[in-house]
Design a protein around this ligand. Structure first.
Ligand code: NAP
Length: 527
């Protein structure tokens, strides 16, 4: 596919003009063609007006048509073949094997949401039949079901160009729900965005839905994103990225005359508690898995295990020396873009100035700065230093982590109780540990979205039970997940029908329940 640098505005291609920017290959610093431009306010307005005009066609289409759209997107991504992987590799520096796996996940997500909406139970239909002779007052017929919110603006993540990008969960679950989407492409991989955007437009054409259901606007700098969030037609926002960016967009949305939800997933430090029984049983095995998790994807995951806590003991010393030795063997790897690499170098440089924080081990091969490479860096400290330096509890994006020695179990519990909102927390232990440290689990339940036992938080399963979110600042709304089928609830709201005749009700609320979806009927869950 020849890349054009065009914005896709409801099927119309708009050439870039005004301020232009390019992608750069982070491994070589080579500029990649073509040039992309910042979309204008007029282009944002055109995309959102087209989205509003297409809303009825999309939301009133049968679930089969919307599911066919998602299947067609999956086919179009497959049809892009190796060219998609090669462009993403050039723009993001991610290895081909990782990109191949991520493409599989993105295709799988399309198919998962297609089957979700064909089946229908997701819409949480509830039916309460009338009881006309109820005393002292008759009971009306009341029914409710989920309905799409309207046009959604999506900001793709830099670290998942496919699975959380132009055709990532946000876009796919919004289209599944019946919401048109305007994507603000990530400026670090605009060519990948363009290829994926064209795939969505081809799929819309195939199933006969209006091109206004999807637009892709490019831009570098905050202006176009802010404009899209402020626009009165926008009804919700999906965002994955930095706390600074997410919070700025939350504030913009809250200041609108009609505020809208911004579903922002902004990362966390994902503490790992290694309990005494686990250290005694398998310190070196846990250290090996820990270094694997810290360095997976060059540490560029919001679920990176950035802080480990263990009880001062021989087992912890063994864990530290194993982790440090393994870190030294990790070859430096190219990060997503130069800016992220510079932020990593600056973040770990600040850590090195903190009294009581020691560098225990790092990649023995020096990183090639011209290739935006990051070395793995493992630090050690004590709980008082961790608690006394709040900046250590903020994400430094990259392959680094801090192992913290705690004199007593009370220290771990106090730390858990003081945590800000987290996406995840992990406990390594034995079943006896878990019984003895039950208060730690009770504390973590109040702070995190997902608690992992004897595993690591990186590698998120896309499934109905997944919750990828957490209390602020990990995410903007702790109730919602950005990964897994429940992510669809970010872009819908319940609509309740009272006293309606059967034939005028949405299909999922009709007594016949032709789709056979699970519903709550007169208080009972059934098909
Ligand atoms: P980012 O800087 O937050 O940018 C994400 C997207 O939001 C980009 O399209 C960006 O475009 C836009 N944006 C950011 N701030 C904005 C603002 N104030 N107003 C309007 N639009 C805004 O994230 P990134 O580029 O992916 O990576 C930077 C840092 O984010 C990393 O170092 C890491 O700390 C964090 N991160 C977290 C996750 C996660 O999973 N939670 C994922 C990736 C990165 P413009 O810059 O063009 O405005």
């Amino acid at each position: 596919m020849t890349l054009t640098g065009h914005h896709f505005i409801a099927g119309r291609e708009a050439a870039p003009h005004g301020h232009l920017f390019h992608a750069f290959n982070p491994s070589t610093s080579a500029q990649l063609e073509p040039a992309y431009g910042d979309a204008t306010h007029a282009e944002a307005d055109e995309a959102l007006r087209a989205a509003e005009a297409a809303f009825d066609a999309l939301r009133l289409a049968t679930p089969e048509t919307r599911a066919d759209l998602l299947d067609a997107i999956a086919d179009e991504i497959t049809a892009l073949g190796d060219a998609l992987l090669e462009r993403a590799h050039a723009e993001c520096g991610l290895p081909m094997a990782r990109l191949t796996g991520e493409r599989g996940r993105a295709i799988g997500q399309c198919k998962l949401f297609a089957s979700l909406i064909r089946e229908g139970s997701w819409a949480d239909a509830r039916v309460d039949h009338a009881i006309p002779d109820r005393q002292p007052l008759p009971k009306p017929d009341v029914r409710r079901v989920m309905m799409p919110l309207g046009p959604v603006v999506v900001f793709g993540a830099s670290n998942f160009p496919f699975a959380i990008g132009v055709i990532g969960t946000d876009t796919v679950c919004a289209l599944a729900a019946g919401c048109p989407v305007v994507v603000k492409g990530h400026p670090a991989h605009p060519g990948t965005c363009e290829m994926l955007g064209r795939a969505v437009l081809n799929a819309l054409h195939k199933v006969g839905l209006p091109a206004g259901c999807f637009s892709l606007l490019h831009g570098k700098g905050n202006d176009i994103g802010t404009t899209l969030v402020k626009h009165p037609i926008t009804q919700a926002v999906g965002f994955t990225g930095s706390l600074r960016g997410g919070r700025a967009l939350m504030d913009v949305a809250a200041a609108r005359p009609h505020p809208i939800p911004v579903y922002a997933e902004m990362g966390s430090v994902n503490p790992v508690f290694v309990l005494p029984g686990a250290l005694k049983e398998r310190a070196s095995k846990i250290a090996e898995a820990y270094i694997g998790s810290v360095t997976m994807g060059v540490g560029q995951f919001c679920t990176n295990p950035a802080i480990v806590l263990g009880l001062k003991s021989d087992g912890l010393q063994q864990f530290i020396s194993n982790a440090a030795a393994m870190a030294s063997k990790v070859a430096p790897q190219t990060m997503l873009h130069r800016g992220i690499c510079e932020a990593y170098q600056a973040g770990t440089a600040v850590w090195r100035t903190i009294n009581g924080l020691e560098l225990a081990g790092q990649s023995e091969t020096a990183p090639a700065e011209t290739a935006s490479q990051a070395a793995c860096r493992i630090f050690t400290t004590t709980i008082d230093v961790l608690e006394g330096n709040s900046e250590l509890n903020r994400e430094v994006f990259g392959p680094c982590s801090i192992i913290t020695e705690c004199p007593g179990l009370d220290d771990m519990l106090r730390y858990a109780n003081s945590l800000e909102g987290q996406l995840t927390a992990t406990i390594h232990g034995t079943v006896d540990d878990l019984r003895e440290f039950a208060p730690l689990v009770r504390a973590l339940e109040k702070k995190v979205g997902r608690i992992i036992f004897n595993g690591f938080p990186t590698g998120i399963e896309v499934c109905p039970s997944m919750h990828h979110g957490g209390p602020y600042p990990a995410a903007s709304h702790s109730f919602f997940t950005s990964i897994g089928t429940a992510s669809i609830y970010r872009f819908v709201r319940p609509v309740c029908y009272q006293g309606f005749p059967e034939e005028a009700l949405p299909e999922l609320l009709q007594d016949a329940n032709p789709r056979g979806a699970m519903r709550i009927v007169d208080g009972e869950l059934k098909r």
